[in-house]
Design a protein around this ligand. Structure first.
Ligand SMILES: C[S@@+](CC[C@H](N)C(=O)[O-])C[C@H]1O[C@@H](n2cnc3c(N)ncnc32)[C@H](O)[C@@H]1O
Length: 223
């Protein structure tokens, strides 16, 4: 039987539901935890551009004088990202094939290619590197991030990150192949040298297949 709502109650329930959703939304926490590492004019990297939400966030934080490099294997994802960033006023350049991004050039550089090529694209140390794993929302669910290339990208990111910089990854154990990749990513973070890194794992305590977040900050002199 459909519930009977008193005036205003339905709206209240909806608001509560959306507040709860936000509370456990890892991409939201990811941005909050990236924020302290991002300064105007800096360099930031999005390993998985997708629909461009994270790329936009990075660009808003480094500002028009900063540089954002964003990777994706899918042309469609990069087109979505370019559209989002351009309509926000960003200068957007597409790099095909992936070539070195000159730090002097401010703006958003979209790299069509695998994020494991990170070190061949960057010349300088980024302040922040973000990866939102899995598939493109609204796209082909078979085109997902893969354990091997994700680990290669995270190793490259950890090596080049600036001291005080942050590496932030949202992992999705709930989809096909996601569990294995999520475990490998968690092991990667757990294996970071505690003298050189501080790390955090944020997860939904009573939903074991829900997305979770891994954050690591490089201390001075870390690698
Ligand atoms: C969950 S989506 C990213 C969402 C995005 N951060 C946003 O804010 O909209 C994951 C993306 O990773 C991309 N991807 C998968 N494997 C990749 C790889 N090896 N290198 C770069 N991107 C990859 C997919 O094409 C997909 O667009």
């Amino acid at each position: 039987m459909a519930p009977v709502w008193l005036p205003g109650e339905r709206e209240k329930a909806k608001n509560m539901e959306s507040a709860l959703k936000q509370f456990t939304e890892m991409t939201r926490w990811a941005r909050l935890l990236l924020q302290p590492a991002l300064v105007a004019g800096g360099l930031a990297v999005d390993l998985t551009a997708g629909n461009g939400h994270d790329t936009l966030y990075l660009w808003q934080k480094v500002g028009p004088g900063g540089t954002v490099v964003a990777f994706d294997l899918q042309k469609r994802a990069l087109e979505n990202t370019a559209r989002r960033l351009r309509s926000a006023g960003a200068f957007v350049a597409c790099q095909t094939p992936a070539t070195l991004v000159e730090r002097a050039s401010a703006g958003v550089f979209l790299v069509e290619g695998c994020h494991s090529r990170l070190s061949s694209v960057l010349r300088e140390e980024p302040l922040a590197v973000v990866a939102n794993l899995g598939y493109l929302p609204g796209g082909d669910h078979a085109l997902v991030t893969r354990r091997e290339t994700t680990l290669a990208a995270l190793q490259a990111a950890a090596a080049c990150l600036a001291a005080g910089g942050r590496l932030v990854v949202t992992a999705y154990p709930g989809h096909g192949g996601g569990e294995e990749e999520s475990r490998a990513v968690q092991d990667f973070f757990a294996g970071l040298d505690p003298h050189r890194w501080v790390g955090l794992n944020l997860r939904n305590i009573n939903r074991c297949h829900a997305p979770f977040l891994l954050v690591a900050e490089k201390r001075t002199g870390g690698a």
